[in-house]
Design a protein around this ligand. Structure first.
Ligand SMILES: [Zn+2]
Length: 338
């Protein structure tokens, strides 16, 4: 591969690295799940069939309730079209707790990225309940800032606006469990045999009971690409290690939407026991494959997060956006940024 190749969202000097990462997955893994979900209920798809037991607790259709619509990927990342037939109401209710963690974790990202959930794009209020951020697809973002409750940094020179807020509290390990639940849901049934402990852990509504080590300290690789929803639909993939390869984790899941993607390593202790005590490379799955050329306004950056903590945390959230012009409105004491 040469540097002449142009990849969306990849700087020229980073093309080689992105190709190498892509090659890493091509050589070592098979793509075993590949789903797309839309921000609309048109073309609704349900995974599984009417006779399937609950994938998580094994209750049958006759013994359990399956009345609720079970989203295969969280609705809060913009999934309005992809459901599953194999999640009972009881398990669905339990997963709500982990989705709350995910919701607080993604809060600002969903506002800035214009990602709709059940009740539309979320709003943000500071703890002082003065300054706030609202967003809509038709009117863009509306930020109200009070002198005693600053959340905006405006840099006229670089024409950038930086939002600095604090997240609502969430448990990082709860975020991991929410991502793992999505991964287990879209996995074709023949591969479930690789992760019985992960399915067991998902049976409990706390984080400790049945907790299973993923071998990477619950590493999550996050990517960010600037632009108006450069990943227009919700995408999720699972890669499974090929036979005869022993230098990388058995299963890798990535969820991509809006400006972001989140990649985790699915806990398969039996399959990954060869890796214990070894130094292994955790390569990011390149996201250029998901990006729309016309919506991508910068190069993709990757960030490694550790989702191991089971304590509620409020973390600083920072989002920087560029703008074309700003205008001061003296009467209303507002500044309009376009
Ligand atoms: Zn169930």
């Amino acid at each position: 591969m040469t540097n002449e190749k142009k990849l969306i969202g990849v700087k020229n000097e980073a093309v080689e690295k992105a190709c190498k990462d892509f090659q890493f997955y091509l050589e070592r893994y098979d793509l075993v799940a590949n789903v797309t979900a839309l921000q609309t209920r048109r073309n609704k798809v349900s995974l599984g069939g009417k006779d399937d037991n609950c994938r998580f607790c094994d209750v049958s259709k006759t013994d359990g309730d399956f009345k609720k619509e079970a989203h295969a990927l969280p609705q809060l990342v913009g999934n309005f079209s992809l459901f599953s037939c194999y999640e009972c109401d009881n398990c669905n209710g339990r997963f709500g707790k982990f989705e709350e963690d995910l919701s607080s974790f993604l809060h600002l990202k969903r506002i800035v990225g214009g990602i709709k959930g059940k009740t539309g794009i979320p709003s943000y209020k500071t703890f002082q309940k003065l300054s706030r951020i609202d967003s809509s697809l038709s009117n863009g973002m509306h930020i109200k800032e009070y002198k005693d409750d600053r959340i905006i940094g405006l840099n006229e020179e670089t024409k950038t606006l930086t939002l600095k807020v604090t997240s609502h509290p969430y448990r990082p390990l709860g975020v991991y469990k929410a991502l793992l639940k999505s991964a287990v849901t879209i996995l074709p049934p023949e591969f479930l045999i690789d992760l019985p402990q992960a399915v067991e852990w998902l049976k409990y509504d706390d984080l400790d009971t049945g907790k299973i080590d993923d071998g990477t300290g619950y590493t999550c690789i996050e990517s960010f690409t600037a632009g108006p929803r450069p990943i227009n639909n919700v995408r999720a993939l699972i890669f499974k290690r090929k036979e005869g390869i022993f230098d990388c984790p058995n299963m890798v899941f990535i969820l991509a939407f809006g400006n972001h993607s989140y990649q985790i390593f699915m806990p398969c202790p039996e399959k990954d026991k060869e890796l214990v005590g070894k130094n292994i490379i955790l390569s990011p799955i390149p996201v250029f494959q998901f990006l729309s050329e016309e919506r991508t306004k910068g190069s993709t950056t990757y960030n490694r997060l550790c989702l191991s903590s089971d304590k509620k945390e409020s973390l600083p959230l920072i989002a920087t956006m560029s703008y074309e012009s700003s205008q001061e409105l003296s009467e209303q004491e507002n500044t309009i940024v376009k």
